[in-house]
Design a protein around this ligand. Structure first.
Ligand SMILES: Cc1cc2nc3c(=O)[nH]c(=O)nc-3n(C[C@H](O)[C@H](O)[C@H](O)COP(=O)(O)OP(=O)(O)OC[C@H]3O[C@@H](n4cnc5c(N)ncnc54)[C@H](O)[C@@H]3O)c2cc1C
Length: 465
């Protein structure tokens, strides 16, 4: 008899894992609360604009992405970023400065002072830290690269990736590759050269070199296509809890006011940490405690369309990020219609602006209209825009992106312990192994292999008994 697997949550983590397990011959059921699959991946076409309320793109950092795209039958839908997408800006003293991408650009840039540039050259001579384990990314960068580099490169970068606060994010957990460069090679510059060779062997791309992708109709195409290929995805089903019964698991969910149950040999939770906490509380309350401690800050996404003729700033890049020191009310803006085709009508320009995050959650105490006007004024000033937007769409994410803050290592250790003590139950989702779409897909392969190995070993064991 086929082994049965239940996957909790139809975000990209759950769907990509479910899809690979179905391909391995298992009977997989995905249970999802929402009407539509995709979790954070929400795309919408309106008045000629294409809005991505969650991720605007992914990085093709693992061959698994292309494999899944091909097998889900959406190869023709996949698009890559225009060349302009490589150029990124940072705001300093009210001006946009291109982020230097080569040593000559670095020497010329006005983004960093001469002393900051010289400080960077000293990096190979900075020793290892004794308490790297409990270091924030801010402490790590201050020590290795100096405070100006922290303020004008890492601080905005962390806002762009995690909507995070660099003083709180753990370098070991949130930037494991950076941490490993120091651990394994004694420095970032030394390690970068050696790391490139090792990735080549594993056929992986560094995030820096990986191609940026999306789909003609936005990121939601990906989870939708995976859902189409899956045999059993139950939407509008709210998971309440999971129980253990001998060697099996019972997933209890609510559909249209009715309580239902699913029995399976394995369960993969691909739910947000704070939901997994409730669902798994009766199995392990200590686990629930760890899951509840993972902070998801609020983020407001504003999608604005303007007449192209009203935009003074040259539209030749991915967008820009804002260092905290610049004291603006938003984290940065993606120039959506520059990066990918078909994001706005021909004569319009579309931008996606991010507000709040772990750096400034208190902003949402201001009335929303007031905050919007503040952001709009600041954005128009930087982009030299002379008119009001002709199109506005927005989404408020109450709990946007999990923060791998200091202390995360203890959570991760407990997750591993929990899985060891509860064979057949697997914890997945963007609060483990990276938050990017690329990381979620990469991890889906790891989880699918772990589950299949567990079930195959277990099946053989049971059939011998
Ligand atoms: C605003 C924003 C911008 C982002 N930008 C980028 C970007 O540009 N590039 C990038 O790579 N990444 C980006 N990310 C991160 C990335 O999109 C996410 O980390 C990733 O999509 C998470 O996938 P997931 O499946 O792990 O979780 P989720 O997408 O959160 O999926 C979890 C699923 O569980 C379901 N669920 C919750 N509770 C229940 C319940 N009780 N019963 C049943 N189902 C339930 C949810 O409805 C959801 O479908 C962004 C995220 C956000 C929020």
């Amino acid at each position: 008899m086929k082994n049965k697997i239940v996957v909790l949550g139809a975000g990209i983590s759950g769907l990509a894992t479910a899809f690979q397990l179905q391909q391995k011959g298992f009977e997989v059921t995905v249970v999802e609360r929402n009407k539509r699959p995709g979790g954070s991946m929400i795309s919408e076409r309106k008045e000629g604009f294409l809005i991505d309320y969650g991720p605007n793109s992914g990085l093709e950092m693992t061959p698994v992405i292309r494999k899944l795209v091909d097998e889900a039958g959406i190869t023709e839908q996949m698009i890559y970023a225009n060349e302009e997408g490589d150029k990124r800006y940072i705001l300093r003293n009210g001006q946009l400065h291109p982020l230097p991408m080569s040593p000559p650009q670095f020497l010329k840039t006005k983004l960093f002072s001469t002393s900051a540039k010289l400080r960077l050259l000293a990096e190979p001579f900075v020793g290892r830290s004794n308490d790297g384990y409990y270091q924030s990314i801010a402490e790590f960068v201050r020590r290795r690269l100096g405070s100006e580099f922290l303020d004008y490169a890492i601080n905005p970068f962390v806002a762009g990736v995690y909507a995070g606060d660099p003083e709180k994010l753990s370098v070991k957990s949130a930037f494991p590759k950076l941490y490993a460069l120091e651990e394994n090679y004694g420095g970032l510059i030394k390690g970068m050269f050696k790391g490139a060779k090792e990735r080549k062997k594993r056929a992986e791309q560094s995030k820096q070199n990986a191609k940026m992708f999306s789909f003609k109709d936005g990121m939601q195409t990906f989870p939708e296509a995976l859902t189409e290929k899956l045999n059993d995805v139950r939407l509008e089903c709210k998971i309440k809890s999971v129980k253990k019964e001998g060697d099996s698991f019972i997933t209890i969910y609510e559909q249209g006011g009715e309580e239902k149950q699913l029995r399976s040999d394995a369960v993969i939770s691909a739910l947000p940490a704070y939901v997994a906490a409730e669902v798994l509380e009766n199995i392990d309350s200590e686990l629930a405690g760890h899951l509840k401690e993972i902070y998801y800050p609020p983020v407001q996404v504003l999608f604005l369309g303007f007449e192209k003729s009203a935009v003074g700033q040259a539209l030749d890049g991915f967008g820009y990020l804002i260092p905290q020191k610049e004291e603006q009310s938003y984290l940065g803006a993606i120039w959506s219609s520059v990066i990918f085709v078909n994001r706005a009508p021909e004569d319009k320009a579309a931008f996606t602006i991010f507000v709040g995050g772990a750096r400034s959650p208190e902003l949402f105490e201001i009335p929303r209209d007031e905050l919007f006007q503040k952001v709009l004024t600041e954005f128009k000033r930087t982009m030299e825009i002379t008119d009001d937007p002709v199109f506005i769409a927005e989404k408020f994410w109450d709990k946007a992106i999990p923060q791998y803050n200091l202390g995360y290592v203890e959570h991760e250790n407990y997750f591993n312990k929990f899985e060891g003590e509860n064979p057949g139950l697997f914890l997945s989702g963007n609060y483990r192994g990276g938050i990017s779409v690329g990381d979620c897909v990469k991890n889906s392969e790891i989880v699918a292999n772990k589950v299949s190995e567990y079930l195959n070993t277990n099946k053989n064991k049971n059939s011998k008994e």
